[in-house]
Design a binder for this molecule. Structure first.
Ligand code: ARG
Length: 458
């Protein structure tokens, strides 16, 4: 017999049970469901809504059930539909009529909203730790590569010289924002919905604040209809997760490019690479490719959630049961990707010489020689034009600008002197960009310093 079976004259069809049931995916909410119920029943007892002795028995039995679930002694029933009714059924089977008092002043609608908020809050704590590990590895690589010159790109064409430290600190900023976004998302998630009932609150004098404090929530929801029908906190998290994956995917794309024979900027550790079943020479960057590929499923979750919610009239509708698989999958995927991606970064070998030689080519110092002429009094547009002709000349001869003799250089402008070679060396190009946020060592050291402060305080 179902917990809601009173008004029905026959049992549900097996097909109906299978279709309607969510236990195979919401079983993971068991701990939060029990903790939520425990806080609820403690409050029911404290407020004299049910006898204190009954509340105590329910409270104690809930934790016995929790232990049994954790010891693998409990089998959930599809016919009990979801985790909430499975646990309530277990409770009633153990303590009989007293157990039937747990659901006083509560609906599954506010219960599931509570459980999901509690579950996701805990997941966010783990996600933040993983992001922190990644940020620490990025900082380590940056500190070790303050003078590792490499080409910076626009349009995937070599543009200007930077350092690997500067490059990595760009990703530091992205993942730092991701961490901050998770904190921000937590603020709106950390509001306690119990007391909203099915949609119209309850006539029992529940102490909502007590439940909120008991469970570590900052506040209680302000409107009972919104309390049960809001899934913004799920969508916000899915969008934070999508942005994390977008960042990981961009980084993966660079890793994949960098370990091609054509680039050879890095070599991945054997422990995080794969071979080919037919081509003996292959070493493939599968981790980065999978991370890039899995980004799609996290975006998919976000779009599923937005679409699922867009046509739902107030308040709870069963469509909303679909929120869980989507957000669980997104959270699981990000939790799978972050640690292994961090390992890939942490163990990769950096070919500093190849990076340097690549920055030597591609006229990455062309802007600097144009600036050199500006400093000698030539307007920037004219100097841009002169250096453009210089580049065309070098391309014809297959040489770099600094391979030219002073005489050759002077044929483009008589303002060019012997000091030009120093002015356009890769080291000068990098070290003169001392501007805040720039690639010069002192500027990147500043970025690292504030980065470390951020990590210490988060
Ligand atoms: N399993 C349901 C869900 O995940 C719980 C809420 C059910 N409420 C209801 N009125 N049928 O959404």
């Amino acid at each position: 017999m179902k917990l809601w079976g009173g008004r029905f004259s026959k049992n549900t069809d097996k097909l109906m049970d299978d279709f309607n049931s969510s236990i195979h995916f919401d079983n993971r909410l068991y701990r939060h469901d029990i903790l939520g119920s425990a806080a609820h029943v403690k409050m029911l007892g404290a407020c004299g809504i049910i006898p204190k002795a009954d509340a105590d028995l329910i409270y104690k039995t809930l934790f016995e059930i929790l232990k049994d679930i954790e010891d693998g002694k409990v089998e959930f029933e599809v016919s009990a539909e979801d985790i909430h009714m499975n646990i309530e059924t277990l409770l009633i089977s153990r303590i009989g009529d007293v157990g039937k008092k747990l659901h006083t002043g509560r609906s599954r609608n506010d219960q599931v909203a509570l459980d999901l908020r509690m579950y996701l809050k805990d997941e966010i704590i783990e996600l933040k730790l993983m992001l922190k590990d990644l940020l620490n590895v990025i900082l380590k690589i940056a500190e070790e590569n303050l003078e590792t010159i490499m080409p910076g790109y626009t349009h995937l064409q070599r543009a200007q010289p930077i350092t690997l430290a500067h490059h990595h600190m760009a990703y530091f900023q992205m993942f730092k924002r991701d961490l901050e976004r998770l904190d921000d998302c937590t603020k709106r998630m950390n509001i306690m919905p119990l007391g909203s009932g099915a949609l119209a609150g309850t006539t029992y004098p529940l102490d909502r604040q007590m439940v909120a404090s008991e469970l570590g929530f900052d506040a209680i929801t302000a409107n009972s209809i919104d309390g049960v029908s809001d899934r913004d906190f799920v969508i916000e998290l899915a969008s934070c997760l999508s942005i994390i994956m977008m960042h990981l995917s961009r980084f993966s794309e660079e890793i994949i490019l960098w370990c091609t024979g054509e680039f050879s900027f890095i070599e991945l550790d054997d422990a995080y690479s794969t071979g080919s079943s037919i081509m003996p020479q292959k070493k493939n960057p599968d981790v980065a490719e999978l991370v890039r590929g899995k980004t799609g499923r996290v975006y998919g979750s976000l779009i599923s959630l937005l679409t699922m919610m867009k046509g739902i009239p107030l308040a709870y509708n069963k469509d909303m049961q679909e929120d869980k698989e989507a957000i669980f999958n997104a959270v699981d995927t990000v939790k799978l990707c972050l640690p292994i991606f961090t390992k890939v970064l942490d163990t990769m070998k950096i070919n500093k010489e190849t990076m340097y030689n690549s920055a030597k080519g591609g006229f990455t110092n062309a802007t600097d020689i144009a600036d050199y002429l500006v400093k000698k009094g030539i307007p920037f547009r004219d100097s841009h034009e002169i250096i453009g002709r210089m580049v065309a000349y070098c391309l014809g001869k297959n040489i770099n600008i600094d391979d030219m003799s002073l005489e050759e250089l002077k044929s483009f402008s008589d303002k060019i002197e012997n000091d030009v070679y120093d002015a356009i060396s890769l080291q000068t190009c990098v070290n003169e960009r001392k501007i805040t946020g720039g690639p010069a060592k002192e500027s990147v050291l500043e970025q690292i310093k504030t980065g470390k402060e951020f990590i210490e305080n988060c």
